[in-house]
Design a binder for this molecule. Structure first.
Ligand code: FES
Length: 103
């Protein structure tokens, strides 16, 4: 099993990558995608659909569906399932409960 398939946050602090998601500090395993980091930290929805405001997060997990879009270090519309989580990364979703209150 490689780092991309870890099902839980890293167990040792020295191995952890720290990122901020909507103001919340999370840890991820080195090499883990942002989407995987969110999921393993219990976050399953970080944006909502324009039409009905339905929650969205990981769906395909392979860069095809675009359900997982996030803003990464001020760059909008990044697919969380394809971006590797890096130390100090700032992630912003658009789910209504996030820090910005955007829908
Ligand atoms: S989950 Fe489908 S593109 Fe990321």
């Amino acid at each position: 099993m490689n780092a991309h398939h870890n099902a839980s946050p890293p167990s040792s602090a020295e191995d952890a990558v720290t990122l901020t998601v909507d103001g919340r500090v999370l840890t991820a395993a080195p090499g883990q995608s942002v989407g995987a980091a969110l999921a393993t930290n219990g976050i399953t929805a970080w944006r909502s659909t324009r039409k009905n405001g339905r929650p969205r997060g990981l769906f395909c997990g392979i860069g095809v569906c675009f359900d997982c879009l996030v803003e990464v270090d001020d760059v909008p519309n990044q697919r969380a399932c394809l971006v590797e989580a890096c130390d100090g990364m700032q992630i912003i979703g658009t789910y209504p409960q996030n820090e910005r209150g955007q829908a």
